[in-house]
Design a protein around this ligand. Sequence first.
Ligand SMILES: Cc1cc2nc3c(=O)[nH]c(=O)nc-3n(C[C@H](O)[C@H](O)[C@H](O)COP(=O)(O)OP(=O)(O)OC[C@H]3O[C@@H](n4cnc5c(N)ncnc54)[C@H](O)[C@@H]3O)c2cc1C
Length: 374
Amino acid sequence: MARVNKVLIVGGGIGGLSLASGLRDRGIEVDLVEVKKEWTVYGVGIIQQCNVIRAMAQLGLMDRVLDAGFAYENMGIYTAAGELVQMLPGARSAGPEYPANLGISRLALHKVLSSTAAERGTTIRLGLTVEHLEQDVDGVDVMFTDGTRGRYDLVVGADGLFSKVRSMVFGKELKPRFTGQSVFRHNFPRPPELDHLMVCYGKNHNAGLCPLSKDLMYMFVTSSEPGNPRVPEDQLADLMRERLAEFGGILGRLREQITDPKQVVYKPMEVIFVPAPWYRGRVVLMGDAAHAMTPHLSQGAGMAVEDAVVLSELLVEDAPLEVLLSRFMQRRYERCKFIVESAIQIGDWEMQGASRADRSGLVKKVMEVIAQPL
Ligand SMILES: Cc1cc2nc3c(=O)[nH]c(=O)nc-3n(C[C@H](O)[C@H](O)[C@H](O)COP(=O)(O)OP(=O)(O)OC[C@H]3O[C@@H](n4cnc5c(N)ncnc54)[C@H](O)[C@@H]3O)c2cc1C
């Protein structure tokens, strides 16, 4: 018999919502609080690779996600001028019935995840967070910022990079670090030939295009931004065009259409990796709250969804919570550490202008690791 009956999830992002669906499927009562009043999602699109597709399928979410996104198989490597160097086939390791990869807009993914979590019976409250929590051997007493209270068997901090739960329970000194790079992104209508992920290696920047739906794709360009300068919002279009200056082909043509700064999404790359264990008593961290990485491997959300799969499986087991959470660490820590460190390494190589050979070797190793079962 499960000993975890009621869980509080703090944060309704990709990880928290995936976990809510997984736990509800197993009959665990779930309250989820999200600090945003208007449940908008920031950002453009997201890439889900084979391991994430497998994890989403395990949570029973994949069919809906597939309908809302754009399935694709290959990644094309191009020169800055736009000439194809190599087309790398993806691996269908989620099973022959699923594609190797999927691109999806963040908003579309959020709609699928939030509606599924609600349909499966999650109690979702918006515009509030945890004010105070106090745990004893049997549970956690939580006071919320609206003055309401609750008692839970487990509290999950799924509240992202700047996690309040992490700061309250694990210490304020655990803070994200800026890696030295940023990324500019912009949506465009998708032409039919952009049916794969396109990555272009330039001398100073890397850029590319990712399909998100039948009609939509997004462009990204990464750049070194020493000192994490404050970027004036009204200059974002000019700055993105400037970062794309060395690219020809389709990127060069689209560059000229970047004129509205409001359409550009700018994000400095910030990372954190919380030392083991990611739990203190009855409070556990997951997703970016525990292990936020740079986007170079397109695996941050993937690792959050995998956390959700593993926690959902473990929390119905009949064992003391301490044992279950230590099993969570055994299954997650090394895998996440390797992916986080690899993504950071690739970013460091980009900033140093180091050899691409290292990158291909490391990416190959990452692909082998993520293909392994959880
Ligand atoms: C530029 C960029 C591109 C990326 N591209 C990819 C990609 O292609 N593929 C991929 O897999 N990953 C990608 N990632 C990483 C991915 O976005 C994150 O790893 C993922 O969103 C983590 O999910 P999460 O649920 O842990 O956190 P989040 O998605 O950040 O969700 C946290 C949620 O908690 C809420 N919250 C915050 N504080 C509180 C609080 N105190 N109380 C209650 N709620 C709170 C937030 O509002 C939010 O809804 C990218 C990241 C960046 C920066």
